[in-house]
Design a protein around this ligand. Structure first.
Ligand SMILES: NC(=O)c1ccc[n+]([C@@H]2O[C@H](COP(=O)([O-])OP(=O)(O)OC[C@H]3O[C@@H](n4cnc5c(N)ncnc54)[C@H](OP(=O)(O)O)[C@@H]3O)[C@@H](O)[C@H]2O)c1
Length: 240
């Protein structure tokens, strides 16, 4: 069955692969981006996927943005909370701006976005929400107190909302990707990246398509008994 799917950060990196996987599964996809207009419009032209610009850290912008998607495509039955940023620093050097940017973008967005769709999902008796956490929310990482806190917070949010949606056929799950080949990981220093890859049992970075595949599985009609769970997709790097 074709559904309306909203993917935050759906124009680049992992989110782009998620948008394509959901399109491939027959859904009508709206992809949200923040500042990279050129990349977003090139992706829209190439894929035929509609792109929308707003800041997921901004509650009012999410409210207005989801209303626009609902008017133009229809109310979302699928939400993938994927948009995220890093602003790494050891805690003793981390600024309040670095802390709040990551908390508001990566964790605040869970509330800002999910609240816009949850009532409609409850009324229609169907919903699929997938939240993108991280291996580093599971195991911690040097220089990422902000990111690890936000990504671990997503796991609690996921379980609580899963309980709230369970009787309404709304599933809420999290994926904790390991290191995948995107621009976020390209920012890591080459020697650090080599050390990271050496620590991944399968011996390589993940591909964005491997995350897209997991999301498409979780949002399927047939996946209604899977809720409140966290799926590690990390090449065996961390087994929680
Ligand atoms: N890559 C990895 O190895 C890895 C591993 C674990 C978890 N993750 C998580 O997976 C998600 C995607 O990561 P990625 O590597 O694909 O990142 P990416 O390549 O940097 O892409 C990030 C996407 O999020 C959008 N975005 C960022 N801030 C936003 C905001 N405030 N409002 C709306 N959209 C915003 C970006 O829009 P613009 O294009 O306009 O900037 C872009 O589409 C993140 O949550 C990340 O933490 C990634």
């Amino acid at each position: 069955m074709s559904r309306i799917a909203l993917v935050t950060g759906g124009t680049r990196g992992l989110g782009q692969a998620v948008s394509l996987a959901l399109q491939q599964a027959g859904h009508q996809v709206a992809a949200v981006y923040h500042s990279h207009d050129e990349e977003a419009h090139a992706f829209a032209a190439q894929s035929g996927i509609r792109v929308f610009q707003w800041d997921v850290a901004d509650y009012a912008a999410c409210r207005a943005g989801v209303a626009r998607v609902s008017e133009e495509l229809g109310a979302p039955d699928i939400l993938v909370n994927n948009a995220g940023v890093t602003a790494d620093a050891m805690l003793h050097k981390m600024t309040p701006e670095q802390w709040w940017l990551v908390i508001q973008t990566n964790l605040g967005s869970m509330f800002n976005m999910s609240q816009q769709v949850i009532e409609g999902m409850r009324q229609r008796g169907f919903g699929r929400i997938v939240n993108i956490s991280s291996i580093n929310g599971r195991k911690g990482q040097l220089g990422q107190c902000n990111y690890a806190a936000a990504k671990a917070g997503i796991l609690g949010f996921t379980k609580a909302l899963a309980l709230e949606g369970a009787r309404k056929n709304i599933t809420v799950n999290a994926i904790a990707p390991g290191y995948c080949d995107t621009s976020m990981v390209a920012k890591v220093a080459p020697e650090t990246l080599q050390a990271i890859i050496a620590g991944i049992p399968v011996g390589r970075l993940g591909t964005p398509a491997e995350i897209g595949r997991m999301v498409a599985f979780l949002v399927a009609e047939e996946s209604g008994f899977i809720t409140g769970a966290t799926f590690d997709v990390n090449g065996g790097q961390y087994m929680a």
